[in-house]
Design a protein around this ligand. Structure first.
Ligand SMILES: Cc1ncc(COP(=O)(O)O)c(C=O)c1O
Length: 358
């Protein structure tokens, strides 16, 4: 393990922290953060600090050219088990894939793990304990070089902040607006990277989706506007003739770790998994003919969220017959019981954390 510098002020910040009863998603911030910097081709020593503001020059490259990437994962501590972090090695691999695409340095495995594990260990008392709740971990890296030239930054900062969180969707089912005009990503672009700019590009559609009374945007491929890609922060799955169908991965889809885990669990449960190009118009026909009985979103934040209906901008709604989400709920329980330490972890997906105190 690398050396780590711990600001003694984190003790006070942890002591002062109380978990509110209602958490929501990403609204309450945990009391500890990790930080280190990259300069002259080297990462500095990792520091643990009380959560708080950071200072930056206004010409830091991230503020102008969006050289920024992030990850999202969760630490669970339910029924006296844990904290457990779910598949952080996968997040590390994806972080470095994103870093490469955005001309940023790789972060070594040990540093990535140490930052996330130490923050979680010192924040153990802040991990909520009710089923479905967790400590959301947000590792991120951004360009800090102070210069306005459009060139890759040579200085970066890597941080981990946390947010004790409840379920992503607070009430009711999820409705999804099919985005037939705009595009989130294109072949050759940055869609497969978890780069902040991709999310900025999805926000205009998010406003439209909300104004029309729906919850999530469903993106189609940027070229033909025909094949389903994903939601702005989740992957997409459908149950068709009792098989689990999902868009095959390409360079404009973010390959979700939840998606990957669900496909493994579904195969284990004897469900046929089909990864293919999914034509939105065919899917609508399948829903109307009741061949497709369930559609759901999956991702770290939402875990698995059954979708009640797809919608068009005209206001047309295409409801799912089985909006109870039978297969979705079975898979959700399979996944969550591993994440929360209630089921055996035969794939070694769980990293247990020993709580630490100052
Ligand atoms: C665009 C996008 N797609 C899919 C996902 C799901 O990925 P994961 O299951 O790794 O959270 C996310 C969330 O990270 C996302 O932001």
């Amino acid at each position: 393990m690398n050396k780590i510098k711990i600001d003694p002020a984190i003790a006070d910040s942890i002591k002062k922290f109380t978990l509110p009863d209602y958490l929501g998603f990403g609204q309450v911030m945990g009391p500890v953060m990790a930080s280190c910097t990259y300069e002259n081709g080297k990462w500095s020593e990792l520091e643990l600090l009380p959560y708080g503001p950071i200072s930056m020059y206004p010409n830091a490259k991230v503020l102008h050219y969006a050289q920024e990437i992030f990850e999202g994962m969760k630490a669970y501590r339910v029924d006296g088990h844990g904290p457990y972090i779910f598949r952080p090695d996968e997040n590390h691999l994806r972080f470095n894939r994103s870093a490469e695409r955005m001309a940023m340095p790789h972060i070594p495995f040990d540093l990535f793990m140490q930052a996330n594990l130490e923050v979680t260990a010192y924040s153990a008392s802040c991990v909520p304990k009710r089923s479905g709740e967790s400590l959301y971990l947000r590792p991120f890296m951004f360009a800090t070089e102070e210069a306005l030239g459009i060139k890759p930054s040579e200085k970066f900062r890597f941080m981990v902040i946390t947010s004790p969180s409840g379920s992503y969707f607070s009430t009711g089912g999820v409705s999804v607006l099919i985005e037939r005009h705009g595009a989130r990503a294109f072949p050759g672009g940055t869609g497969y990277a978890k780069a902040g700019g991709n999310y900025a590009a999805s926000l205009q559609a998010a406003i439209k989706t909300k104004q029309l009374g729906f919850v999530q945007t469903l993106w189609l491929d940027g070229k033909e506007k025909k094949y389903i890609e994903e939601m702005s922060g989740m992957n997409f799955m459908a149950v068709i003739n009792n098989e689990l169908h999902t868009p095959e991965i390409n360079d404009s889809i973010l390959e979700g770790i939840t998606r990957k885990s669900i496909l493994t669990l579904a195969r284990e449960a004897g469900i046929k998994v089909v990864e293919r190009k999914m034509d939105i118009n065919e899917l609508i026909l399948d829903i109307k003919a009741h061949r497709c009985t369930e559609v759901f979103a999956c991702g770290t934040a939402a875990i698995i969220a059954p979708i009640d209906y797809l919608a068009e901008e005209t206001g047309e709604r295409i409801p799912l017959r089985d909006n109870e989400g039978k297969m979705a709920l079975v898979l959700r329980e399979m996944l969550l019981s591993i994440q929360e330490g209630r089921a055996s972890d035969k794939y070694n997906w769980i990293v247990p954390i020993e709580p630490k105190h100052l």
